[in-house]
Every structure is written in C-alpha cells, then in structure tokens.
Design a protein around this ligand. Structure first.
Ligand code: IMP
Length: 176
C-alpha cells in the first residue's frame, strides 16, 4: 500500500504488466500502419511516460508531438474556447494516433478529435493505456486500449492525484 497526499492506494497494475502491454500495443500499431506516414500526438501531462515507453517499441518512420489542451473563456458570444497548444507538426493528409494515458468520460478525447479534425488528417486513431468503459460518454471509442478498468480512481505511470504520483512506475488504485 502507498500513500499519496491524504489518500491510500494499492497496487493495481505492476510495472512488468504495463511494459508487456505497452510492447503489445506498439506491435499492433507497427502492423496496422506499416506503410503509413504516422504522427503520434501525446496529450500532456498524463501521457508522458506511456508515450515514451510506447515510442521505444514503435518501429515505424514516424513523428511525435506533445500537446496540451487549454480551455478559456473568450468573448461572451463565443463562450468557452478549446485550444490545442504545441502542435508543431503538419498533420494534413497523415495518419494521426492520439496517445492518452486514460479515457474516462471521453470529453477530453472528443475535444481533441474536434480540434485535430480541423487540421485535415487522413485518419485519426486513439491509443489509450487505460479506459473506463462504464464512465464513457464520448463520441468515438478508443481504437487501441491497454487495459479496460473499473470506474475507480488510479494514480501512477503519469497519472496524478492533485499533481502527485505521476512518477510511480506502476498503477495504483484508490483504497476506499
Ligand atoms: P475524461 O473524463 O475522459 O475527459 O478524462 C479527463 C482527464 O481526467 C484525463 O485525461 C485524466 O487526466 C483525468 N483522469 C480521469 N480518470 C482519472 C484517474 O482515475 N486518475 C487520474 N486522472 C484521471
């Protein structure tokens, strides 16, 4: 058992299990996009560890960009505006694979997809290490999923609890 801030967590997915699954996801991606021009787009902060490990096993000729989603209130008429920060690569006509740490309600992913569709990619795929199907209300289900997990809070391997715990090399589930 570990402690992060005021909460206790127990081991849920070990480092070995994560590494095995990440290699298997990369293998699938290598096979599916053999002859494609792929741009990986990793969503910060949560996906930094997953993206780094995934890319070590990706053997395609590819690019990676790390982006952040930002939400701000524009003028009264425009309401809330979502913006993608940090996309320096040209994705027009290319296959884009979004790399996420977790898809929960799917709201973040829906926004990412809408923003990226405006850039004119040939194809858009979603690769997420973790997926909570019981919480999902999104438009597009993730295409590549490492682990489907129950609807409970997890930390580690990039995922945080109030910004802490991202450095853990395994995934821990909250102890109720
Ligand atoms: P969404 O609900 O799919 O839009 O997910 C929003 C964001 O919430 C994710 O990108 C994560 O940063 C965060 N999140 C969702 N579930 C968890 C969790 O169990 N642990 C840590 N962060 C989470």
């Amino acid at each position: 058992m570990i402690q992060v801030l005021d909460k206790s967590f127990e081991i849920f997915i070990t480092s070995d299990e994560i590494q095995r699954e990440v290699r298997s996801l990369a293998k699938q991606i290598n096979e599916d996009f053999k002859d494609e021009d792929v741009v990986f787009i990793a969503v910060l902060n949560g996906s930094f560890m997953f993206a780094a490990d995934l890319m070590k096993s990706v053997s395609l000729s590819s690019e990676i960009s790390f982006v952040k989603m930002s939400s701000y209130y524009g003028t009264e008429s425009s309401g809330r505006v979502d913006e993608l920060i940090g996309l320096s690569n040209d994705v027009k006509g290319k296959t884009v694979v979004i790399v996420e740490d977790i898809v929960d309600s799917g709201i973040t992913m829906d926004k990412m997809i809408s923003l990226l569709e405006m850039e004119g990619p040939k194809d858009l795929k979603i690769c997420t290490l973790l997926y909570k199907p019981d919480a999902f209300k999104g438009r597009v289900e993730p295409h590549y999923v490492g682990f489907s997990i129950p609807n409970a809070f997890v930390v580690g391997y990039g995922l945080d609890y109030d910004e802490k715990g991202r450095n853990l090399d395994a995934i821990y589930q909250i102890k109720e």
